[in-house]
Design a protein around this ligand. Sequence first.
Ligand code: SF4
Ligand code: SF4
Length: 366
Amino acid sequence: MSVQSVVRCDSYDPDLMREAVRRHFAALNIGRYIKPGINVLIKPNLVAARKPQTAATTRLEVVRAIAECLRSMGVEHIVLADSPGGLYTAQALDTVYAVTGMRALQDVLELNRGTGYRQRGHFNIIDPVCEADLIVNVAKLKTHSMTRLSAGVKNLFGCVPGLQKPELHYTYPEAGAFAQMLVDLSQIVKPQITVLDAVECMEGDGPTGGTMRRLGLLLASDNMYAQDDFAARLIGMDPGDVIMLRKARAQRLYDLEDVTYVGDEPVYADPPFRLPHAVTVDVAGFLPGWLQKPARFAMDRLLKPLPRLDRDKCVGCGKCAESCPPGIITIREHKAIFVAKGCISCFCCQEMCPAHAISVRRRLRR
Ligand code: SF4
Ligand code: SF4
């Protein structure tokens, strides 16, 4: 049996956030996890150094409300940790904390600046995750160029240190294998609670290149798979199209019959969230409704999505090359150069590009 708690929040007003988190914690009976001397980890989505209003990262107001509620329950040791895209160094972490606003939270929690990790199963996992007694996964609701949905399960990819993430993309280039890897990872990290920041979400070319879309919800659950399924439906996405959810359901990690919904009436996005271009360059959208699904199915199999560079926007920073799993991007004369051969369509390059210089084109598969 799992609980899905739903609270409507029109904004990130601190009082609204505190009240929403208080209701979630009561609904999920979080007190059962709190013991003297407990180490709590808050794992936000800090995918990259992006400002809060871009909707790419978890908002600091959500994290603050969670930390304050935990403190009011007697928790003294709370650490915030994530491994964003790119290098996992103290300097890179500091930049991300500064740009995302997390630096302002140092009065209520500790910001991790360590870069150690250890092996858990066949993954390397950052130290604060391994050391925590209670993990509160605080994800952001977004569409995603590779996995279609980014919420609770996808957020845990940030438990893998730095450039080992592109290595996993390279090891699991096929979408099904990558999705299974994410489910395996989430079974190792096993957060007790997942809070989903769906007040301001991202649609389109997520996880970093899309646009903000307001849904006005803060969600929380003790089953992140069921909550991801619920969140997909809220934004008009068929959970059956999200491979990691299909895998989780096949492994009986959730059953919608076993979910108890508490709190407010949910809000459903109307119209549905725009999907990333990598998922569908949506020519099918111009066809009659009954033809759209088979047309999209055929396009997905015939056409391979590839990154396309806008040279005018490229500032030559090299972040795409640093994160490209097969290493097919080079920087010459302050511009990125892509070799199409060998591209595994993971879109780490698009995710890391601070200049939004990378879009998606489709080419016939060979
Ligand atoms: S070019 Fe971009 S999409 Fe292709 S493998 Fe490299 S990072 Fe992934
Ligand atoms: S494409 Fe983007 S990430 Fe790559 S070098 Fe240009 S600006 Fe930097």
